[in-house]
Design a protein around this ligand. Structure first.
Ligand code: VG1
Ligand code: CO
Length: 565
């Protein structure tokens, strides 16, 4: 086939963030914009003779972009593309497919939990051969290429029908295999969990323990139907909003109490014991049941605590644990008690991959509803949900008379380890100057030591600042250093507040404030079971005052967070 070279000019700002390049659809639709970024990927990865996977959450502008990737990829020497049917492969499913078929890497078309549609967001992310997000070295090189690009190459070819499974020749030297989006993923989960145990638990307690999964019209719908209805034999009513839509039905496919309203409402209305939801691309999860909410920081710690009821960990052992820096330290306590190595890495899943590849990490998570393990190199929403069902099934197998529910697992965990009250306040799309002033203010305090040992009164007693630092990470495997990964204020009682700017927004700046306060088991039941907002009230007052957040972001007036999780 003829290869055409198309002249182009660089676009500003094609810098991948925490998780790929995310912009408004309209930005990607500009002539040459998407092509430039894709060519920049091929300029970096040496694609000659390679196999690449293409997947994504099926959002608006995905099918067109798949065709663009095929044409540019064929011109750049890719031998074979493996593509999810209808351009759909959830992020965890794509990670698995890259690993299973030993591909060189994969291109994922997703902006995760950001809304989709013609006026909303699109995203492109490159994953490497271990199935995980490209490390910073690679994304930096891609960005450098976008700044000097003068042309891209493409072949002339008719659009390929993405709805037919099978292997097709696209050009003389490039073939395309369209695969079932779900089958490999289901097979993988079946090799990890104790499905006979989960099935017997769900069928024997069907009246007392109902399950509801909400796909929020993201990519997980077909995966969830396969798992819950086909594999676990639950009724069809145990899944809802499971048809993936290019605009997610107009919603915000983010599994938290704010945006997963359809789940929260249904759980409350019908008194459902176990509810769960996932995000647009299927890597996040929320566990939420009748009067029971699991913070992601607790979720990963509890999975780690119970790991040996999951066959994958029972057989392979737990090699180590990890969390992203702002995530609560609950999982550290599990590691200490059980004697596992543990790590604190910067926000974003890419930092876990090296540790896993080196055989030092099995279970990890982020406070942003991300939980996962070394079965793949992305966080995995449905994996986490099934992990919880596996744990509940195992706990109930030992308790034939009393049903053990979500709260029982939480409370028994707190009794052993104590509780890390945790919350995150997001201030979305605030003016960048204000956000920068807040960062500068904290930098200034750090340099001059003005906050050191200062005492701050609150409605819940006083807090004394013990330290203020910029989080920096040195990868223990390859020695690479990532600086300025968030500003941390610690207090003498072990409490902690973190400020960070988001790296996934598509417009303006988003400031995240993370607060954590630890309460030891000796504090007693009443204290351990308090509501999160109450448990953190005093610390939040102090955090807002210290950072002068209202002054910088609200122009002196109190400003409310857009979302509290
Ligand atoms: C956010 C989360 C982070 C997560 C990232 C990608 O990043 O805080 O924990 O890894 O999204 O998740 P940021 O830079 O906006 O804080 V996903 O599901 O969007 O791939
Ligand atoms: Co996601």
């Amino acid at each position: 086939n003829d290869i055409t070279t198309v002249p182009t000019k660089p676009f500003d700002g094609q810098k991948p963030g925490t998780s790929g390049l995310r912009k408004r659809v309209k930005v990607f639709q500009q002539e040459h914009y998407t092509e430039n970024f894709i060519q920049a990927i091929f300029d970096v990865i040496e694609p000659q003779g390679s196999t690449l996977v293409i997947g994504g959450d099926g959002r608006y502008f995905s099918p067109e972009t798949v065709q663009t990737i095929l044409k540019i990829g064929a011109a750049n020497g890719v031998s074979k593309f493996i593509v999810g049917k209808d351009s759909i492969l959830s992020t965890p499913a794509a990670s698995n497919v890259i690993r299973k078929y030993k591909a060189k890497g994969g291109i994922l078309l997703t902006a995760s939990h950001n809304p989709g549609g013609p006026d909303k967001d699109f995203g492109i992310k490159y994953n490497v051969s271990n199935g995980g997000p490209a490390p910073e070295g690679v994304t930096d090189s891609i960005y450098e290429k976008t700044k000097t690009i003068e042309s891209y190459k493409l072949v002339k070819a008719d659009p390929l029908d993405l709805s037919k499974i099978g292997e097709f020749s696209f050009t003389k030297s490039t073939s395309v295999q369209i695969i079932d989006s779900v089958a490999d993923y289901v097979e993988m989960l079946e090799s990890i969990f104790d499905f006979p145990l989960i099935k017997s638990f769900l069928s024997s307690r069907a009246n007392e323990f109902r399950v509801l999964f909400d796909g929020l019209h993201g990519v997980t719908g077909p995966y969830a139907e396969a798992m819950f209805v086909k594999v676990l034999g639950l009724p069809k009513s145990s899944v809802q909003n499971c048809v993936p839509l290019p605009d997610f039905g107009g919603g915000h496919p983010d599994p938290n109490m704010e945006y997963a309203r359809t789940l929260v409402d249904a759980v409350e209305k019908d008194g459902i014991e176990f509810g769960a939801a996932s995000d647009g691309d299927g890597d996040r999860n929320m566990i939420y049941g009748k009067n029971a909410f699991v913070t992601p920081s607790d979720s990963v710690a509890i999975i780690a605590h119970w790991a040996d009821v999951i066959p994958y960990f029972k057989n392979g052992g737990v090699k180590g644990l990890a969390r992203s820096m702002p995530t609560s330290k609950a999982i550290d306590l599990v590691a200490k008690k059980k004697g596992f190595e543990y790590f604190e890495v910067p926000t974003g899943w890419k930092f876990f991959g090296n540790l896993m590849d080196a055989g030092r990490l099995s279970i990890c998570g982020e406070e942003s509803f991300g939980t996962g393990s070394d079965h793949i190199r992305e966080k995995d929403g449905l994996w986490a949900v099934i992990a919880w069902l596996n744990i509940l099934a195992a706990a109930n197998a030992k308790s034939p008379n009393k049903l053990i529910g979500i709260n029982d697992l939480l409370y028994s965990f707190y009794e052993i380890y104590g509780r890390s009250f945790f919350s995150r306040y997001d201030y979305e799309e605030v003016p960048s100057e204000g956000a920068q002033k807040l960062v500068d203010h904290l930098n200034d305090a750090r340099e001059k030591g003005t906050l050191d040992n200062s005492v701050h009164a609150s409605s819940a007693g006083s807090f004394t600042v013990s330290n203020l630092y910029d989080f920096e990470y040195k990868d223990p495997v390859d020695g690479s250093v990532s600086k300025k990964q968030g500003q941390v204020i610690t207090f003498s009682d072990g409490s902690r507040v973190v400020f960070r700017l988001s790296g996934t927004g598509s417009q303006g700046a988003t400031v995240r404030m993370y607060v954590e306060r630890y309460v030891a088991p000796e504090a007693g039941e009443a204290e351990l079971r308090r509501n999160t907002a109450e448990g953190l009230k005093g610390l939040i007052e102090v955090a807002l005052k210290l950072s002068k957040l209202d002054e910088f972001l609200g122009g002196g007036k109190p400003i409310k967070p857009t979302v509290i999780t």
